[in-house]
Design a binder for this molecule. Structure first.
Ligand code: MCA
Ligand code: AMP
Length: 507
């Protein structure tokens, strides 16, 4: 068993057919994909890495970056993708925590990444750039272009995805070959993937959505991908007439609808638009349906679980609801005693299934905390069956997400944990305390905002604080707004009342 073998079963017979077409007019056949993947797998094998070695990758999106992922799982190693926005302090934590055997980074970051990597005990650091340059490809070039896929066990790790923690540092969610394989198979059927489909791919590939939902979907179906480096609405509109499927975070749809060039004619060959990673506003769902004539399909998942719930491909897609549990996935909404709630009652969402991760990397206690005694994973999301949540009107077997029990902000599909940003702000000179909240944002859905209290007598400069944060943390985590105030609202227990702050700054 190996996830690569499962995906490979779907590759087309005609190996000269196009697997990837890039924004700059390059065509990669399925044979190119297989040969490049084999060369990289041979390179990894030649390093004689111990079983279970992690291959940590922080590179810009390119076809070769996808082949590196495929090579890693084909060779039986564990893929560890890292957001390209992460800076030195963030990367240092991930590398020290995961102790990868190999690190692959952009040439422009080599000097600082290699320093951090060698310090963390990594033996091999390669570079890979967007323009087919870098030492990884140089070294792989001389390797053989055939590689026998390594047999692994169902519950061997295929990937580790770091997700930010509500308290403390990020946790590495361990995903197995079975977790990813079972989800890819279920989605292929559930979303009606068919021969002739072409996926328009503009998501980053260091997260579940772009890699395990979008790219896996096309690979397991042997479908061509139009491979764009990032979201660029003009490029999407240009390629859409030659595409049939697209997946995006809600910001994709907000920006498309704001573009004069986006209309029914452009989408004439599109059969499916999928949205996820953050709530899709009912307003966006309705406008899209009105303008384009087809409803966006919204689905719900997590890094720890891959996809859980989806609106149907054929059937009623409901705005404001994430739909029905996927085949094989069990979902329950429970009260504080873990007892299932009735229809229309709000409770915590818990899940079970072959797609649920193996646990957090080297955190057995954290892992145990996140599961109930009878094996349900606690998502930290709050929901209800049916009802009129989010302005929609969902049937009783449809799940609506109405909030989060975890203190989490989702901005443009990226998760930001307030605690992390607060700790950076609290460490600054002259800061007494801070509260970081999410406020509505027309483009990103939610935006990060910081409310900061200075120490007695200290004078703080909001712009200087933002500039200082920019040197320390990923750009999507930077507060879009920072207010300096005399004190924070607290309840009788002394806890900061973030709901009051959210209300105050929402308008
Ligand atoms: C960029 N910026 C952001 C974000 N992205 N600010 C807040 N939130 C963001 N998401 C800021 C940059 O710091 C910069 O600020 C300015 O916006 C422009 O940056 P740029 O890179 O040009 O932005 P963009 O290309 O327009 O990107 C926006 C985006 C992108 C397309 C929405 O963030 C994106 O691709 N998001 C997708 C995330 C994703 O794949 N999530 C899936 C996670 P300045 O100018 O001040 O420097 S997987 C998941 O959640 C689960 C499992 C699931 O269900 O899928
Ligand atoms: P991540 O940690 O990046 O895997 O993000 C997972 C979280 O994204 C989930 O726990 C939800 O809070 C959120 N999420 C994903 N899809 C949706 C959706 N369709 N609607 C609302 N929230 C979503």
């Amino acid at each position: 068993m190996n996830l690569y073998s499962l995906l490979e079963k779907g590759f087309p017979k005609d190996k000269q057919a196009c697997a990837l077409e890039t924004h700059d007019g390059l065509y990669y056949s399925w044979s190119d994909l297989e040969r490049a993947t084999a060369k990289m797998a041979n390179l990894l094998k030649s390093l004689k890495l111990p079983a279970g070695s992690r291959i940590a990758v922080q590179v810009e999106k390119s076809p070769e970056a996808l082949f590196l992922y495929l090579a890693t799982i084909k060779a039986g190693y564990v893929y560890l993708p890292l957001n390209t926005a992460y800076q030195a302090a963030e990367i240092q934590y991930f590398l020290e925590n995961s102790e990868p055997a190999v690190v692959v980074c952009s040439s422009k970051n080599f000097s600082w990444v290699s320093k951090v990597a060698f310090k963390a005990g990594t033996k091999h650091v390669f570079t890979l750039d967007e323009d087919r340059k870098g030492t990884l490809l140089e070294r792989a070039g001389s390797q053989g272009d055939k590689f026998k896929t390594v047999a692994v066990k169902d519950d061997d790790l295929a990937a580790i995805l770091y997700t930010s923690g509500t308290t403390g540092r990020s946790k590495g969610a361990m995903l197995t070959h079975k977790n990813l394989g079972s989800n890819a198979q279920v989605l292929q059927k559930f979303w009606g993937w068919k021969k002739g489909d072409v996926l328009l791919h503009a998501l980053p590939i260091f997260h579940v959505h772009g890699l395990f939902v979008a790219a896996h979907g096309a690979l397991i179906n042997g479908s061509k991908m139009i491979w764009l480096p990032r979201l660029d609405t003009a490029q999407l509109i240009h390629h859409m007439p030659n595409s049939t499927v697209m997946m995006g975070v809600p910001t994709f749809y907000v920006r498309l609808l704001a573009d004069q060039g986006f209309n029914k004619a452009v989408t004439r060959n599109m059969r499916l638009f999928v949205s996820g990673s953050a709530p899709l506003l009912t307003e966006t769902f309705n406008t899209f349906k009105e303008v384009i004539g087809q409803p966006i399909l919204e689905r719900y998942g997590m890094s720890e679980t891959v996809m859980l719930v989806s609106n149907p491909y054929k059937g009623n897609r409901v705005g404001g609801s994430v739909g029905l549990p996927l085949p094989g996935v069990k979902v329950r909404v429970v009260d504080e005693n873990n007892k299932p709630c009735g229809v229309d009652a709000i409770g915590s969402i818990q899940v079970k299934g072959p797609n649920i991760f193996k646990g957090y990397w080297r955190m057995p206690e954290k892992t145990a905390e996140e599961f109930t005694k009878d094996g349900w994973f606690k998502t930290g999301d709050v929901g209800r069956w049916g009802g009129v949540a989010n302005g929609g009107n969902a049937p009783k077997d449809y799940l609506c997400i109405v909030g989060r029990s975890k203190d989490l902000i989702i901005s443009g599909g990226y998760n930001v944990y307030p605690k992390e940003i607060e700790s950076f702000i609290d460490d600054m000179d002259g800061v007494d305390e801070s509260a970081v909240i999410g406020i509505p944002h027309p483009d990103f859905g939610e935006a990060v905002m910081a409310v900061v209290v200075p120490k007695a007598g200290a004078k703080l400069d909001a712009q200087a604080m933002i500039a200082a944060l920019k040197t320390q943390i990923a750009n999507f985590k930077i507060p879009k707004r920072l207010e300096i105030v005399a004190d924070l609202p607290r309840n009788a227990m002394g806890k900061v009342q973030k709901n009051i702050l959210r209300q105050q700054y929402t308008n």
